[in-house]
Design a protein around this ligand. Structure first.
Ligand code: ZN
Length: 190
């Protein structure tokens, strides 16, 4: 195993007490009585939940050698993921397709999902998440090509407007040979 570029995102410092107080302030600003029995522990719960959802595990950086010279597309599909929309603090959830065209190294298949999940534990834009995963693959693995497709439903859309319920946003990031070759793109996206 070779360790290449570390790509761990910087973890923000969390002030738990301030987060809890801020949730209580928000509830009061929304006209809610924080003394109501069902709401008494809500600030604590919301703060803990957000802290857990934003605690990113490390991004995988260990790659495997490729002695057999595997050179065809490696693609994992149907990777379920969820993240928090940076604009509304509401979840977006969906599935990912991640692939690469190997060069000198391979990546453990489950590490493809781990990388996505690490970047998803953040306040995110789906577009930025897609790009970050593609950049991570490029920098860590140095593949000949890489591709990431995310398809997700955003609750900030579907909860507010029933007509958009179930609408899926699709974002794509392609790198290297996958960005250049239509034939490879067709095989990756098929
Ligand atoms: Zn949103």
């Amino acid at each position: 195993m070779t360790i290449l570029t570390p790509a761990a995102p910087l973890l923000p410092r969390v002030d738990h007490d301030a987060a809890r107080a801020a949730v209580a302030d928000l509830l009061r600003a929304l006209g809610r009585d924080c003394g109501e029995p069902e709401l008494v522990r809500t600030p604590q719960r919301v703060a803990e939940t957000l802290e857990a959802l934003l605690a990113a595990p490390p991004v995988p950086t260990a790659v495997l050698p490729n002695p057999e010279r595997v050179d065809d597309l490696v693609v994992v599909t149907g990777i379920r993921f969820s993240s928090l929309c940076i604009h509304h603090l509401l979840p977006f959830t969906g599935t990912a397709r991640i692939g690469y065209l190997p060069g000198e190294h391979l990546l453990g298949l489950s590490d493809l999902a781990r990388g996505l999940h690490a970047f998803a534990r953040d306040l995110q834009l789906q577009e930025r998440l897609t790009t970050q995963v593609a950049d991570w693959l490029e920098h860590t693995l140095r593949p000949r090509g890489a591709g990431v497709v995310l398809e997700a439903e955003h609750l900030c859309m579907s909860l507010r407007d029933a007509s958009t319920a179930g609408a899926v946003t699709r974002t794509v990031a392609l790198r290297g040979a996958l960005a250049r070759s239509q034939a490879l793109q067709d095989r990756f996206l098929r």
